[in-house]
Design a protein around this ligand. Structure first.
Ligand code: FO1
Length: 304
């Protein structure tokens, strides 16, 4: 079974671990909207957490970076008087340095990612949705900011007036992503922030039409329980986009292409509303507390 998973950060990585343990042919399509230039390097948080998680290196308590990483470079940068609110670890920085170097020499983000995942012995393709730069930007009460500035520097506190995916309109879907989607038997939308993780993927011209026209079933695991996401700023950002911050809102955002969705059993009252959108809805315990949950939910996603 060829499965393509559309993935963002922490929540996605947990589900990917479950999918990765099943006997399927898995390809991960990663968000690039949270990619960020800092300390002279190109950081790709969603790509990197996917690789670190599948390589068994991730710091699973933080949800980003490498377990046991040190912060020597960052301490010295701070000593030199620069801001260090973005806590990029030493080993994590190594991947970012190599990626920056490869891309300066003319390699694509796809090529640099392929090299890293192979070196770290991740046995499934991790594909950035596009090789063109796309940036999730927010107009907030602290000005026009990158997603990382809003979330990490400002702690997600400022008021959010609008959100845009800078560069998305002119970005081209990567050829490898297009071919993985064309060959897929099933497409899984991971439990990720629909605005900052899946939104930038869907904003790449042509992608949502490919999903809508695909003969593969497209299924999602909702990242929401009630109006709270399992992690991150989904509630605030869905509201800012005029969406209901719950599983109905998520299903509505994806309804153009979604065949089925798994939502929390505590939200079973939302089921009827979701089915009215033409989306088959299953309720179960959607919390991922460990490998059993990750695998159980992965299996349900392949059966919906
Ligand atoms: N998130 C934080 O909340 N604080 C950090 O200092 C931080 C550092 C960081 C370094 C590398 C990396 O790849 C991710 C990092 N993240 C950090 C996570 C990241 O900002 C977001 O959670 C994701 O972009 C959301 O998908």
């Amino acid at each position: 079974l060829k499965v393509v998973a559309l993935a963002g950060g922490t929540g996605s990585a947990k589900l990917l671990l479950g999918l990765h343990r099943l006997p399927i042919d898995l390809t991960v399509v990663a968000n690039v909207g949270d990619n960020f230039w800092t300390y002279g390097v190109y950081v790709c948080p969603d790509i990197d957490i996917t690789i670190y998680t599948l390589a068994g290196l991730a710091d699973r308590s933080k949800g980003w970076g490498i377990a046991g990483d040190t912060f020597e470079v960052l301490s010295q940068i701070s000593r030199l008087g620069a801001e260090t609110w973005f806590r990029l670890g030493d080993r994590d920085m190594a991947l970012c340095l190599l990626r920056t170097e490869l891309m300066r020499e003319g390699d694509t983000l796809t090529g640099a990612t392929e090299r890293a995942r192979r070196a770290l012995r991740v046995d499934c393709p991790v594909l950035p949705v596009t090789d063109d730069p796309v940036e999730t930007r927010l107009v907030t009460s602290r000005g026009d900011t990158h997603l990382q500035e809003f979330w990490v520097r400002d702690g997600g506190r400022p008021r959010v007036f609008s959100i845009r995916y800078k560069g998305a309109k002119g970005a081209r879907l990567s050829a490898r992503v297009a071919s993985a989607l064309a060959d897929a038997d099933r497409i899984v939308v991971c439990p990720a922030n629909p605005v900052t993780s899946i939104g930038p993927i869907l904003a790449i011209p042509g992608l949502s039409a490919i999903l809508a026209g695909s003969s593969a079933r497209v299924v999602a695991l909702s990242p929401m329980q009630g109006s709270a996401p399992f992690s991150g700023p989904a509630r605030k950002l869905m509201r800012a986009m005029g969406s209901r911050p719950d599983s109905v809102g998520v299903a509505r955002l994806y309804s153009r292409f979604l065949d089925g969705v798994i939502i929390s059993d505590s939200d079973s009252a939302m089921r009827e509303r979701i089915e009215k959108l033409g989306v088959h809805c299953i309720t179960t315990d959607t919390r991922m507390k460990g490998p059993e949950d990750e695998q159980r939910l992965s299996k349900v996603l392949l059966e919906v």
